[in-house]
Design a protein around this ligand. Structure first.
Ligand SMILES: NC(=O)c1ccc[n+]([C@@H]2O[C@H](COP(=O)([O-])OP(=O)(O)OC[C@H]3O[C@@H](n4cnc5c(N)ncnc54)[C@H](O)[C@@H]3O)[C@@H](O)[C@H]2O)c1
Length: 319
C-alpha cells in the first residue's frame, strides 16, 4: 500500500529537503502543510506533492490526522527565527500547536517525528547530552524543550513512536529564503558568507571566530529523519556531526574551496544568548536511530559550495 506522509513546515529548509528525499522512496506520497510564514514556494518547484497552505494546527488537518489519513508525520513547522522575543507567540506556534498535533496523532496511532533543537542546551557545557544541561537561553530554546517534555508525557500512552530530533546547526541547499526575509538573516554562515564573497563584501564574523558549533550537513539531517521512521521506540536524540568546529574553520573552508583569501572583519557580538560551544553527544542517537552522521564539515561544505556555484537553490535531492 502507498505510504502518505505529512510534513508540516514542508516549504522550509529542512521540510522541503525531507519531502524531496521521501518522494524518492518507492510507494511514497507526501502532503505538505505550511502557512508560508517563513518558508518559500521556490523550494517546492521540483517537489511533486500535495501542498496545503494552512497552520499546522488547522482544524481540518488535525481531523485528518486523527482519522488516520497519514502513515507518519514529520513536524518541522515552527517560528525558526531565534531572535523573536514574543514569548506568547513563540509558545503558541511552537509548543501549543505541537501538543494539539500529538493529541490528534494519538487517536489514530500515527508515528510523529518532530524537530527539536540544540537551543534546548543553551550555553551549558559541551558535549551536549540528552537529559543534562537543558538550560535554554531564549524563548525559542525553551519552546523546544517544552515540546520535548510534552512528548515525553505521551510516550507510554501513544500507540506509536514519538521521536524528537534535536538538530544542531544545519546547513545546505534549500536555505536561501532564510537570508531573504525582512529583519534577521538566519541562514547558515556558510551561505551568508558565501553571499558576502559573491557580492565583494568582507566577511563579518563575531570576535574572534573561535566560537565552536556542531555544524551538520542537510544530507545527514535527512538520513537521521529517514532512520527515525524505523525506530522501534519513542525518545529524543541529538542530530549533529558529533564534532565542534569553529567559525574560523568555515571561513578557511570557503577560502579553500573557492581558492581565495577573502578579507575578514571581526565585530562585536550583540547576542547575550549566543551559544559559544555546542557539540552533539551521539550516544542516544545511535541507540534510538541506529544511525551515524556521514558528512565531515569539509565534505559537507565542498558539496554545498559546488551546488551554490552551479546556482542550485532547491533541496539537495533535486540537484
Ligand atoms: N535549520 C536549523 O539549523 C535548525 C536547528 C534546530 C532546529 N531546527 C528546527 O527544524 C525545523 C525546520 O527548520 P528550518 O530550518 O527548515 O526552518 P524554516 O523557517 O526554513 O522552515 C519552517 C517552516 O515552517 C513554516 N511554518 C512556521 N509556522 C508555521 C505554522 N504555524 N503552521 C504551518 N507552517 C508553519 C514556515 O513557513 C516554514 O516553511 C524547525 O522546527 C526548527 O525550529 C532547525
Amino acid at each position: 500500500m502507498k505510504e502518505r506522509i505529512l510534513i508540516t513546515g514542508g516549504a522550509g529548509f529542512i521540510g522541503s529537503n525531507l519531502a524531496a528525499a521521501l518522494l524518492k522512496r518507492p510507494n511514497t506520497d507526501v502532503v505538505i502543510a505550511d502557512d508560508f510564514s517563513s518558508g518559500d514556494w521556490r523550494n517546492l518547484i521540483d517537489v511533486d506533492c500535495e501542498v496545503r497552505a494552512v497552520f499546522c494546527d488547522d482544524t481540518q488537518l488535525l481531523q485528518d490526522i486523527a482519522n488516520g489519513h497519514f502513515s507518519a508525520i514529520y513536524h518541522e513547522a515552527a517560528i525558526t527565527d531565534t531572535t523573536v522575543m514574543d514569548q506568547k507567540l513563540m509558545m503558541n506556534v511552537n509548543t501549543d500547536a505541537f501538543a494539539a498535533l500529538l493529541e490528534a496523532s494519538a487517536q489514530s496511532g500515527t508515528r510523529v517525528i518532530y524537530a527539536s533543537s540544540a537551543g534546548t542546551y543553551g550555553n551549558s557545557p559541551a558535549p551536549n547530552c540528552i537529559g543534562s544541561g537543558e538550560e535554554p537561553e531564549n524563548i525559542y530554546g525553551f519552546s523546544k524543550l517544552a515540546m520535548d517534555r510534552i512528548a515525553a508525557r505521551w510516550y507510554d500512552k501513544h500507540p506509536s513512536s514519538i521521536i524528537g530530533l534535536r538538530y544542531f546547526n544545519v546547513y545546505g541547499p534549500g536555505e536561501h529564503h532564510k537570508n531573504e526575509r525582512d529583519g534577521t538573516k538566519t541562514a547558515s554562515m556558510m551561505l551568508q558568507w558565501y553571499q558576502c564573497i559573491q557580492a565583494g563584501n568582507p566577511i563579518k564574523a563575531f570576535e574572534h571566530g573561535e566560537q565552536r558549533r556542531d555544524f551538520v550537513y542537510i544530507g545527514d539531517v535527512i538520513g537521521a529523519n529517514l532512520a527515525a521512521l524505523e525506530s522501534s521506540r519513542s525518545g529524543v536524540c541529538n542530530v549533529g556531526s558529533g564534532k565542534a568546529r569553529s567559525y574560523n574553520d568555515i571561513i578557511n573552508n570557503l577560502n579553500r574551496t573557492l581558492s581565495i583569501q577573502h578579507p575578514v572583519e571581526f565585530i562585536h557580538n550583540p547576542f547575550p544568548f549566543f551559544q559559544d560551544h555546542t557539540e552533539a553527544d551521539l550516544t542516544e542517537t545511535s541507540a534510538l536511530l541506529h544511525w551515524q552522521p556521514q558528512w565531515s564539515l569539509e565534505q559537507g561544505m565542498d558539496d554545498y559550495i559546488k551546488l551554490l556555484e552551479k546556482g542550485h537553490r532547491g533541496p539537495l535531492e533535486t540537484a
